[in-house]
Design a protein around this ligand. Structure first.
Ligand SMILES: Cc1cc2nc3c(=O)[nH]c(=O)nc-3n(C[C@H](O)[C@H](O)[C@H](O)COP(=O)(O)O)c2cc1C
Length: 197
């Protein structure tokens, strides 16, 4: 009996591990392709960028979709020194800190589609981006995330955004290495086409 219980525990643990391992791919599939073309929809391209990389990609997306570019800004400051800055960001992410927004989308109700861009910070998106997502009602809109990174790729960015925007339609996002000169245009265009633009 003890042996059976032990085996059951092991198989539950293995199932949990398998489910964990599959989670990101399934999340992307579940989002699926858009039911209809997004062409002609009113698009906002909102982004937070600390050192400019995400901003470059945001500009490209706005140009290719005809969307309105919007920079997320806050009153929050970081230390100049890189290590101190990254350590502060790490602590704030762990604590769920949300800085106060200093830029505001005028008439968010007019937008059907909102691209949301952020740097990957410690495997997730920046608190500034999280504050933006908290600041508006996205119900009835289609949110499409994009991220830039320093080698880690998507990590938990998309998964965490899905969690924060629970109940909101979100299409599969994309990540680009933060090169400082934007995304490879062919890859970006192919992704947008796949989304229905
Ligand atoms: C605080 C901090 C944490 C970071 N954490 C990660 C990470 O976990 N994984 C990764 O791939 N890149 C990480 N990076 C690198 C950034 O994601 C990358 O440089 C990004 O392109 C910066 O975008 P930005 O120029 O728009 O701010 C981190 C950068 C900073 C400043």
């Amino acid at each position: 009996m003890k042996k059976m219980a032990g085996l059951a525990c092991i198989s539950v643990a293995l199932c949990a591990l398998t489910a964990c391992a599959k989670a990101p791919a399934e999340a992307a599939d579940a989002a699926g392709a858009p039911a209809a073309s997004l062409a002609g929809k009113k698009v906002l391209v909102a982004y937070y960028s600390y050192s400019g990389n995400t901003g470059e990609v945001a500009k490209q997306i706005a140009r290719l979709t005809g969307g309105t570019l919007f920079e997320i800004t806050t009153d929050h400051k970081y230390p100049q020194a890189y290590r101190a800055m990254t350590q502060q960001a790490k602590k704030e992410i762990q604590e769920g800190f949300r800085p106060a927004l200093t830029s505001k989308v005028s008439d968010m109700a007019q937008y059907d589609v909102v691209f949301v861009g952020s740097p990957n910070w410690w495997g997730t998106y920046a608190p500034e981006t999280a504050a933006f997502l908290d600041g508006y009602d996205f119900k009835g809109k289609t949110v499409i995330p994009f991220f830039t990174h320093g080698g880690g790729g998507m990590q938990n960015c998309e998964r965490d955004m899905k969690k924060q925007l629970s109940g909101v339609q979100m299409l599969p996002g994309i990540t680009f290495y933060g090169s400082g000169s934007g995304a490879p245009e062919a890859e970006l265009s192919a992704w947008l086409k796949k989304l229905g633009f």
